[in-house]
Structure formats: structure tokens, C-alpha cells
Design a protein around this ligand. Structure first.
Ligand code: ADP
Length: 473
């Protein structure tokens, strides 16, 4: 319905504009045609008057031609040129006319018709010639001289109706072509507006589907212009929204799952204590289990908070220049106990004693913590973990954390960065993880404008390498 509204509105306004231009063109062309025609007729009549004066009137004034003869010549010229011809003497008295109807003017003086008439000058007027003629005329006059002396005056009257019919013909031709143009234009406008409105209608239908949460609706892209680009952008937006929607659903299901398992076990132990299944002497052992589960929940909550912080666009980093060596050593110290228990060697290789970088100290500490934590979790007993710092030439530093643990299969290497993703074969080794550590690690490195990569072979080991900016001071 809306489409038709828009179309008819568009069509209506175009039609109004076209009709207005039609009116304006009619008025203007009418006036200018009239002016041009009068101008042309005037020039032609002046020439005719000059010719008549030279050919006939001179003979008449030299008395080589009778008045009757002259009148009969004027009669022929009148029907040929469609102009009435009057001849006056030097006093302004009409002596000859070209038609019998006008013989009534013979003997009349031009000054009686208009006292201001100047017989010594050419003149031109349109109208009823001082109310003497029955129809509107274009009248012109010019003096006739013989041997430098004025002997008479010739006046020509041409009916304005002649001009009007030519003017009418011209207007008809121009307006006719204009009308054809208008029809073609309206047809084209109708065609093109429909061509624009149909894709807009498709976009409208799809947008309504998106509003209802159905992101599967795709808009057909039939054109390469702005409307086509809009359709493509909306299709892209729908795909992204659909991904977000799926991500949101997965996230909620993962979060509920990860919350449910510790809560179920806490509930189970507490119920068992209350109903006596667990005897009081074992309480202390199970309180520890419950405590561990609550710690898992606390860790999960804080990981989720960290991720949400990264999701807000303006991740705030507190970057400073600091020495990376003590930071790595403090993380190593945290894990030393676990490594010793499993016979894992954890070493740092760097030939210098100080390594100043520019980064957010707490967040980089968290990255190193996550990577070493994973390396220990996925290492075999008696394995090794090597941390190596390498200065790169362009003010950068690479940090590598390499283990000879279970490794990550090629097909999984892309997925491990996703939130809540855990490789199936690692589940046995790492029951406590939530699959968020690497997602947080990647976000932190990305926020620093740096990169992190994994080089790994299943069954051989993994090496995580990330870059940092070295301090310029
Ligand atoms: P979590 O927080 O559960 O440890 P991560 O996001 O840190 O999850 O890791 C995701 C998955 O990547 C792990 O479940 C594991 O399968 C794999 N992974 C990470 N680090 C290593 C490693 N050093 N060796 C082998 N697999 C690893």
C-alpha cells in the first residue's frame, strides 16, 4: 500500500511540475513568437513600401502615371502582399488606396486622423489606425522623395489576424512536440520510479522480518546503485546480527552450563551433609570441595566481567613503561609449586637483565599467567615450558611460551580463540577450565594493537607467540 502512496505522490508532483512548465512555456513562447513575427513583418513591409515608392509612386508624382492606373497596380499588389496600400500627397491627403472599400478614405487628411502625425518620418503602429479601420492592423509608413524633396507618403496596413494564425501554427508545433516529450518523460519516470520502488519494497519486507528476529530473510540484489548497495549492507547486517544472535544463545547456554555443574555439586554435598549421607568427620574434606567449587564460580564471574569490558568499544588500557623480566618471574613463582609436583621445568631465556616494554602491566601479566597455566595443564609429566624473549628490529619484542605437551590439532587451531571453546581431547586434562582464557588473552593483545599466534603439532607441543612494543626511552 505504502509503495503505491509513494509512487502516486512522486508521480503527482512530477505531473504538477510538468504542467507548470507547460503553462510557463506556453505564455513565454506565445509572447516571444508574437514579438518576432511583428518584427519580421515590419521589416518586410518597410522593404515593400520602399519598393512601391521607387517603382510606382515616383512615376505617379512625376505625372507619368494616372491615379487610376496607380490604384489598379496597388490593387494587384494588395492581393499579392495581403497589405492595404495608401498613398498621401505631401500635405498628408490620401490620394490613392488599393481597394474599393477604402476609397472612402480618399481626400481625407492624415492629420485629421492624428494631429500629431509626422509625415516626414517613418512610422509603425499596431491597432485600428486611429479608429479608422475595422480590424487590428500592423501599419507602417515612409516618406517619398523626388530629387531630395518630399512629394508624398506611403502607408501599408497588414491585418494582425495573418500574424495570429502563423503564431497559432508555431505554438501548435512547439506545444505538440512538448506534449510528446511530456508523455515520454512521464512514461520514463513511471518506469524508473517503479524500478526503484520495487527493490525498496523488498528492503522494507526484509527489514520487518529482521525486526521480528528472523535474520534469514535475504534481499535480492538486482542492481549496482545506491539501492543495491543498501540491500547489500542490510544483507551483511542481517548476517552479522544472525551471528550475534547465535553467539548470544551459545554464550547463555555455555554460561548456564558452567554455572550449573559447580552449583549442582555444591547442592549435592550440602544435601548429603544435611541428610547424614556424609558423616560429620568428613565435613572438613567436603567443605574444601565446596570451597573449590565456589572459587571456580568466582573465577568464571570475573572472566566474564573481563570479556564484557573488552566488548565495550573503548577498552581502557593503562599503558606504562615497565620491565617485563620481574613480571614473568613473579608468574613463574606462582606456578613453581605445580611444576615441581609434575617434574615440569619452567625457564625464561633472555640474554639481557632488563627488558622495558610499553603496555598495560596488569593485563600483560594476565596474558602470561593464562599461557603458562595452559602450558602446565596440557603438558606431560617431566615436560618443559620455555619462555623466550626476542627483540625484533622495528621496536618490537616477541614473547614465546613453548611447551612439549599434547599440542593442538590443525583443525582446532582456529577455534581455540573462541569464547567457551575447549578442544575435546583436552577436557580430560582440564576439567576446571571454561574455555575463556585464550579469548581474554587475544582481546588483551588486540587492544594493545599487537598479534598473538599459535604454532602447534598435535602430540608434539605448542608455542604461543605474541608481540609487544619496546619502550623508546
Ligand atoms: P581454558 O580457560 O579452559 O583453559 P582456554 O581458552 O585457555 O580455555 O583454552 C582453550 C583450549 O585451547 C583448551 O581447552 C585447550 O584445548 C587448548 N589449549 C590451550 N593452550 C594449550 C596448550 N598449551 N596445549 C594444548 N592445548 C591448549
Amino acid at each position: 500500500m505504502r509503495k503505491h502512496n509513494m509512487f502516486s505522490r512522486f508521480f503527482f508532483f512530477t505531473a504538477i511540475v510538468v504542467l507548470m512548465s507547460f503553462g510557463i512555456i506556453t505564455v513565454f513562447s506565445n509572447n516571444s513568437f508574437r514579438k518576432i513575427l511583428i518584427e519580421e513583418k515590419h521589416t518586410a513591409m518597410q522593404k515593400e513600401a520602399k519598393l512601391i515608392a521607387r517603382q510606382y509612386a515616383n512615376d505617379y508624382f512625376r505625372q507619368n502615371m494616372s491615379t487610376k492606373k496607380l490604384a489598379s497596380y496597388f490593387g494587384e499588389l494588395d492581393s499579392l502582399l495581403n497589405s492595404e496600400i495608401w498613398l498621401c500627397d505631401d500635405k498628408g491627403t490620401i490620394v490613392t488606396t488599393s481597394t474599393e472599400e477604402e476609397e472612402k478614405f480618399l481626400g481625407q487628411n492624415i492629420y485629421k486622423m492624428n494631429p500629431n502625425f509626422d509625415i516626414e518620418k517613418t512610422f509603425r503602429t499596431t491597432g485600428y489606425f486611429y479608429d479608422t479601420l475595422p480590424e487590428e492592423m500592423l501599419s507602417i509608413g515612409r516618406p517619398i522623395s523626388l530629387a531630395g524633396e518630399q512629394v508624398g507618403y506611403i502607408i501599408l496596413h497588414s491585418p494582425m489576424s495573418n500574424l495570429s494564425s502563423t503564431q497559432g501554427d508555431l505554438i501548435q508545433i512547439s506545444l505538440g512536440s512538448f506534449l510528446i516529450l511530456v508523455v515520454i518523460m512521464l512514461l520514463l519516470i513511471s518506469h524508473f520510479s517503479r524500478k526503484i520502488l520495487i527493490p525498496l519494497d523488498n528492503i522494507n519486507i526484509a527489514a520487518r522480518q529482521y525486526a521480528c528476529g528472523n535474520f534469514d530473510a535475504t534481499i535480492p540484489i538486482t542492481r549496482d546503485d545506491e539501492v543495491g548497495q543498501l540491500a547489500a549492507s542490510l544483507n551483511f547486517m542481517a548476517t552479522e546480527l544472525s551471528k550475534m544472535d547465535e553467539y548470544r544463545r551459545n554464550l547463555i547456554s555455555n554460561i548456564s552450563h558452567d554455572f550449573r555443574s559447580p552449583l549442582t555439586s555444591i547442592k549435592g554435598y550440602l544435601e548429603a551433609m544435611l541428610d547424614g549421607t556424609i558423616p560429620p568427620e568428613l565435613y572438613s574434606k567436603y567443605f574444601h570441595v565446596v570451597l573449590t567449587e565456589t572459587q571456580r564460580l568466582t573465577k568464571l564471574t570475573s572472566s566474564l566481567t573481563t570479556l564484557t569490558d573488552f566488548d565495550s568499544y573503548d577498552t581502557f588500557l593503562k599503558t606504562t613503561d615497565f620491565d617485563l623480566i620481574p613480571v614473568i618471574h613473579s608468574v613463574i613463582d606462582t606456578f613453581q609449586g605445580r611444576c615441581d609436583q609434575n617434574g615440569i621445568s619452567l625457564t625464561l631465556n633472555y640474554e639481557k637483565e632488563v627488558c622495558i616494554v610499553n603496555a598495560d602491566r596488569t593485563k600483560i601479566e594476565q596474558v602470561i599467567y593464562n599461557l603458562i597455566d595452559n602450558a602446565i595443564k596440557f603438558s606431560k609429566p617431566e615436560g618443559y615450558i620455555r619462555i623466550t624473549l626476542t627483540e625484533l628490529n622495528n621496536d618490537k619484542l616477541s614473547v614465546s611460551i613453548k611447551d612439549n605437551g599434547i599440542g593442538v590439532a590443525k583443525s582446532e587451531q582456529k577455534n581455540i580463540w573462541e569464547r567457551f571453546y575447549k578442544v575435546d581431547n583436552s577436557r580430560g586434562k582440564d576439567k576446571g577450565g571454561h574455555g575463556i582464557g585464550l579469548a581474554i588473552t587475544k582481546e588483551i593483545i588486540k587492544a594493545h594493537g599487537q598479534q598473538i599466534n599459535l604454532i602447534s603439532t598435535e602430540g608434539v607441543g605448542s608455542e604461543f607467540v605474541f608481540s609487544l612494543t619496546r619502550s623508546k626511552k
